[in-house]
Design a protein around this ligand. Structure first.
Ligand SMILES: NC(=O)c1ccc[n+]([C@@H]2O[C@H](COP(=O)([O-])OP(=O)(O)OC[C@H]3O[C@@H](n4cnc5c(N)ncnc54)[C@H](OP(=O)(O)O)[C@@H]3O)[C@@H](O)[C@H]2O)c1
Length: 128
Protein backbone atom coordinates (compact mmCIF):
# COMPACT_ATOMS: atom_id res chain seq x y z
CA UNK A 1 0.00 0.00 0.00
CA UNK A 2 2.76 2.46 0.90
CA UNK A 3 4.41 1.80 -2.51
CA UNK A 4 1.10 2.69 -4.14
CA UNK A 5 0.71 5.83 -2.03
CA UNK A 6 4.22 6.91 -2.97
CA UNK A 7 3.08 7.12 -6.58
CA UNK A 8 -0.10 9.10 -5.82
CA UNK A 9 -0.31 12.83 -6.27
CA UNK A 10 -3.36 12.96 -4.01
CA UNK A 11 -3.60 10.82 -0.87
CA UNK A 12 -6.98 9.04 -0.74
CA UNK A 13 -9.24 10.10 2.15
CA UNK A 14 -10.83 6.63 2.28
CA UNK A 15 -9.63 3.19 1.29
CA UNK A 16 -12.38 0.58 1.04
CA UNK A 17 -10.89 -2.89 1.42
CA UNK A 18 -11.99 -6.37 2.40
CA UNK A 19 -12.37 -6.26 6.17
CA UNK A 20 -14.48 -8.33 8.55
CA UNK A 21 -14.11 -10.29 11.79
CA UNK A 22 -12.18 -13.04 9.97
CA UNK A 23 -9.75 -10.63 8.31
CA UNK A 24 -9.43 -7.49 10.38
CA UNK A 25 -6.26 -6.09 8.74
CA UNK A 26 -4.85 -4.15 11.64
CA UNK A 27 -1.46 -3.58 10.02
CA UNK A 28 -3.03 -2.16 6.89
CA UNK A 29 -5.20 0.14 9.00
CA UNK A 30 -2.11 1.37 10.86
CA UNK A 31 -0.40 2.11 7.53
CA UNK A 32 -3.47 3.97 6.32
CA UNK A 33 -3.67 6.03 9.51
CA UNK A 34 -0.10 7.26 9.03
CA UNK A 35 -1.28 8.75 5.71
CA UNK A 36 -4.49 10.19 7.17
CA UNK A 37 -6.59 7.70 5.21
CA UNK A 38 -9.76 6.23 6.72
CA UNK A 39 -10.17 2.47 6.35
CA UNK A 40 -13.62 1.34 5.28
CA UNK A 41 -14.80 -2.27 5.38
CA UNK A 42 -15.88 -3.73 2.10
CA UNK A 43 -18.22 -6.66 2.66
CA UNK A 44 -18.25 -6.56 6.45
CA UNK A 45 -20.59 -9.58 6.36
CA UNK A 46 -18.27 -11.51 3.99
CA UNK A 47 -20.71 -11.69 1.08
CA UNK A 48 -22.00 -15.03 2.31
CA UNK A 49 -18.57 -16.68 2.34
CA UNK A 50 -18.97 -17.46 6.04
CA UNK A 51 -21.98 -18.23 8.22
CA UNK A 52 -21.28 -15.00 10.06
CA UNK A 53 -24.87 -14.52 11.26
CA UNK A 54 -24.68 -17.88 13.05
CA UNK A 55 -21.14 -17.42 14.34
CA UNK A 56 -21.24 -18.74 17.94
CA UNK A 57 -18.72 -16.26 19.36
CA UNK A 58 -20.61 -13.29 17.90
CA UNK A 59 -23.91 -14.69 19.15
CA UNK A 60 -22.52 -15.27 22.63
CA UNK A 61 -21.13 -11.74 22.89
CA UNK A 62 -24.38 -10.36 21.49
CA UNK A 63 -26.46 -12.14 24.11
CA UNK A 64 -24.78 -10.02 26.79
CA UNK A 65 -26.12 -6.86 25.21
CA UNK A 66 -29.31 -8.00 23.50
CA UNK A 67 -27.64 -7.66 20.10
CA UNK A 68 -27.41 -9.95 17.09
CA UNK A 69 -24.28 -11.51 15.63
CA UNK A 70 -24.59 -9.02 12.74
CA UNK A 71 -24.60 -6.05 15.11
CA UNK A 72 -21.59 -7.35 17.05
CA UNK A 73 -19.68 -8.00 13.81
CA UNK A 74 -20.22 -4.36 12.84
CA UNK A 75 -19.55 -2.88 16.26
CA UNK A 76 -16.25 -4.80 16.49
CA UNK A 77 -15.02 -2.92 13.42
CA UNK A 78 -16.61 0.47 14.18
CA UNK A 79 -15.13 0.48 17.68
CA UNK A 80 -11.69 0.10 16.11
CA UNK A 81 -12.16 3.12 13.88
CA UNK A 82 -13.25 1.27 10.74
CA UNK A 83 -16.19 2.50 8.67
CA UNK A 84 -18.62 -0.19 7.57
CA UNK A 85 -21.01 -0.47 4.62
CA UNK A 86 -23.28 -3.45 5.23
CA UNK A 87 -25.79 -4.07 2.47
CA UNK A 88 -29.35 -5.22 3.09
CA UNK A 89 -32.47 -5.25 0.97
CA UNK A 90 -34.62 -5.63 4.13
CA UNK A 91 -35.71 -2.51 5.99
CA UNK A 92 -35.69 -4.23 9.40
CA UNK A 93 -32.12 -5.39 8.85
CA UNK A 94 -31.05 -1.89 7.82
CA UNK A 95 -32.51 -0.64 11.11
CA UNK A 96 -30.77 -3.48 12.96
CA UNK A 97 -27.44 -2.70 11.32
CA UNK A 98 -27.70 0.95 12.36
CA UNK A 99 -28.64 0.11 15.94
CA UNK A 100 -25.14 -0.61 17.26
CA UNK A 101 -23.97 2.63 18.81
CA UNK A 102 -25.39 2.02 22.30
CA UNK A 103 -22.94 -0.81 22.96
CA UNK A 104 -19.27 -0.63 23.86
CA UNK A 105 -17.52 -3.97 23.64
CA UNK A 106 -15.14 -4.70 26.50
CA UNK A 107 -11.50 -5.69 25.99
CA UNK A 108 -12.58 -9.24 26.89
CA UNK A 109 -15.31 -9.16 24.21
CA UNK A 110 -12.80 -7.88 21.67
CA UNK A 111 -10.34 -10.62 22.57
CA UNK A 112 -13.03 -13.27 22.14
CA UNK A 113 -13.98 -11.96 18.72
CA UNK A 114 -10.34 -11.75 17.73
CA UNK A 115 -10.22 -15.54 17.97
CA UNK A 116 -12.07 -15.53 14.62
CA UNK A 117 -9.12 -13.87 12.89
CA UNK A 118 -7.61 -15.96 10.10
CA UNK A 119 -5.18 -13.41 8.68
CA UNK A 120 -6.33 -14.44 5.21
CA UNK A 121 -8.53 -12.96 2.51
CA UNK A 122 -11.77 -14.81 1.79
CA UNK A 123 -11.80 -13.58 -1.78
CA UNK A 124 -8.33 -14.34 -3.10
CA UNK A 125 -8.22 -11.75 -5.82
CA UNK A 126 -5.52 -9.79 -4.08
CA UNK A 127 -3.07 -10.09 -1.23
CA UNK A 128 -1.43 -7.28 0.77
N1 LIG B 1 -16.78 -0.12 -3.40
C1 LIG B 1 -17.80 -0.36 -4.17
O1 LIG B 1 -17.93 0.25 -5.21
C2 LIG B 1 -18.79 -1.37 -3.79
C3 LIG B 1 -19.81 -1.62 -4.66
C4 LIG B 1 -20.72 -2.59 -4.34
C5 LIG B 1 -20.61 -3.26 -3.15
N2 LIG B 1 -19.62 -2.99 -2.29
C6 LIG B 1 -19.52 -3.73 -1.04
O2 LIG B 1 -20.15 -4.92 -1.26
C7 LIG B 1 -21.01 -5.22 -0.15
C8 LIG B 1 -22.34 -5.68 -0.66
O3 LIG B 1 -22.16 -6.94 -1.07
P1 LIG B 1 -22.91 -8.15 -0.41
O4 LIG B 1 -24.32 -7.80 -0.20
O5 LIG B 1 -22.66 -9.32 -1.23
O6 LIG B 1 -22.11 -8.36 0.95
P2 LIG B 1 -22.28 -8.08 2.49
O7 LIG B 1 -22.58 -6.65 2.79
O8 LIG B 1 -21.08 -8.67 3.09
O9 LIG B 1 -23.52 -8.98 2.95
C9 LIG B 1 -24.80 -8.59 2.74
C10 LIG B 1 -25.66 -9.82 2.97
O10 LIG B 1 -25.98 -9.92 4.34
C11 LIG B 1 -27.39 -9.92 4.50
N3 LIG B 1 -27.67 -9.13 5.70
C12 LIG B 1 -27.45 -7.81 5.88
N4 LIG B 1 -27.74 -7.44 7.13
C13 LIG B 1 -28.16 -8.56 7.77
C14 LIG B 1 -28.60 -8.83 9.09
N5 LIG B 1 -28.66 -7.86 10.00
N6 LIG B 1 -28.93 -10.10 9.41
C15 LIG B 1 -28.87 -11.09 8.51
N7 LIG B 1 -28.46 -10.90 7.23
C16 LIG B 1 -28.12 -9.64 6.88
C17 LIG B 1 -27.97 -9.35 3.25
O11 LIG B 1 -29.18 -9.95 2.96
P3 LIG B 1 -30.49 -9.09 2.62
O12 LIG B 1 -30.10 -8.08 1.58
O13 LIG B 1 -31.43 -10.13 2.10
O14 LIG B 1 -30.92 -8.45 3.90
C18 LIG B 1 -26.92 -9.76 2.19
O15 LIG B 1 -27.20 -11.08 1.74
C19 LIG B 1 -21.15 -4.01 0.69
O16 LIG B 1 -20.88 -4.40 1.99
C20 LIG B 1 -20.13 -3.03 0.14
O17 LIG B 1 -19.16 -2.84 1.15
C21 LIG B 1 -18.70 -2.08 -2.62
Amino acid sequence: YLDFIGSCGIIPMINQVECHVYYRRKELQQALVTQGTQMQAWSPFTEGKKFIFQEPILQAVGEKYGKTAAQIALQYLVQQGIGVIPKSSHRERMVENLDIFDVTLTPDDMARIQQLETGKTLFGWYED
